[in-house]
Design a protein around this ligand. Structure first.
Ligand SMILES: Cc1cc2nc3c(=O)[nH]c(=O)nc-3n(C[C@H](O)[C@H](O)[C@H](O)COP(=O)(O)OP(=O)(O)OC[C@H]3O[C@@H](n4cnc5c(N)ncnc54)[C@H](O)[C@@H]3O)c2cc1C
Length: 303
């Protein structure tokens, strides 16, 4: 029930306005969101790099309602890539194709992403293309595949909850396209996705093993301790060295786990969001784990 309430609150403009303008907001949100500006983001990423983490920068913009807004979003990512180059950050950028205009023009969206991929390549970074709801999967993978063939420097994301993912992973491995494997975050129907968490988790493990055996530098994106234990056992059994894959987690989530993996010598990349539209992202993170509300309440009292 608390989860549903938090999701409802994530869409309330009055609460959003209060949170965005409250002096307490910083203290409340800084665990999960770097801040609203690129300067804040870069400072967080520098600190993470110094602590042994890799980063991926996620610009949280408002939803895009025109191609002009998609171009603004592209420009925000170009600025992020400039900062990565200037400060020599160990970082990639994570983008969503809808933020770059996919709903308005596939050709313009492709041009925006191509611009980011060529810039990322020129500075030795990479563009990670987040996967959105199932209606976008074909178009997203087609674009990633095309850009990878021309430039490299791009990573696909596969969601273990989709039935189709085994065959998608097979195709991506054949093309040596690096894959980030996650469970999947959207509400999907049982026509396309496993409805039960147990089946999603089992599929995740199957796909993860497939990526370890046949993938090009897989990224294991999860905070699930059981899954991470299975990953660690598998790589030990097969003598897979730590430079052949990475773990990925969300900034502020599973921090003990993150620290333990880095201390054990594994690569861990943190997904670090920033930008004006941080409120819906922040509320969704709370809804994923209502226990986070206790953390929120404690900070509210402190402020
Ligand atoms: C780097 C990264 C990139 C991602 N990219 C995408 C993407 O492109 N497309 C997409 O659909 N999804 C994406 N996701 C989200 C993903 O699909 C899951 O919704 C999310 O990661 C939770 O799944 P889990 O594997 O951590 O397992 P779960 O079974 O959901 O969680 C395992 C444990 O992790 C902890 N945990 C999980 N979430 C939180 C939280 N918010 N706060 C505190 N603890 C928490 C809890 O202890 C929980 O028991 C991404 C996730 C990561 C880490």
């Amino acid at each position: 029930m608390l989860r549903s309430l938090l999701l409802v609150l994530s869409r309330q403009s009055w609460l959003r306005h209060w949170m965005e303008t409250s002096p307490a907001a910083d203290r409340l949100t800084s665990r999960f969101v770097a801040g609203s500006t690129i300067e804040r983001e870069v400072a967080v990423c520098q600190k993470l790099n110094a602590d042994g983490y890799l980063a991926t920068l996620d610009h949280l913009g408002e939803s895009v309602n025109s191609l002009a807004e998609a171009e603004k979003s592209r420009d925000a990512y170009l600025a992020a890539l400039d900062h990565i180059a200037k400060l020599n950050l160990k970082a990639t950028v994570s983008i969503k194709l809808t933020q770059l205009g996919l709903d308005y023009s596939e050709a313009d969206c492709r041009a925006n992403v191509e611009c980011l991929v060529t810039r990322a390549k020129s500075i030795g970074s990479m563009v990670e293309v987040d996967m959105e709801s199932s209606v976008y999967v074909d178009r997203t993978l087609a674009l990633v595949s095309d850009l990878h063939a021309r430039y490299g420097s791009v990573r696909a994301v596969i969601q273990a909850y989709l039935y189709r993912s085994e065959s998608d992973i097979h195709n991506l491995c054949k093309q040596s396209i690096p894959v980030r494997l996650c469970k999947g975050a959207y509400r999907e129907s049982s026509d396309v996705a496993f409805p039960r968490k147990k089946d999603v988790d089992a599929n995740y493990v199957r796909l993860m093993f497939e990526l370890f055996d046949h993938g090009a530098y897989p990224a294991i994106a999860s905070h699930d301790e059981n899954i991470l234990d299975r990953a660690l056992s598998y790589i030990r059994e097969r003598n897979i060295t730590a430079d052949r894959f990475e773990f990925q987690m969300l900034y502020g989530v599973g921090r003990d786990l993150q620290r333990r993996l880095v201390a054990a010598g594994y690569r861990v990349r943190l997904y670090v969001p920033y930008g004006d539209a941080w409120y819906p992202y922040f509320m969704r993170r709370l809804a994923e784990r209502p226990a986070n509300v206790i953390f929120l309440a404690r900070n509210l009292l402190k402020s």
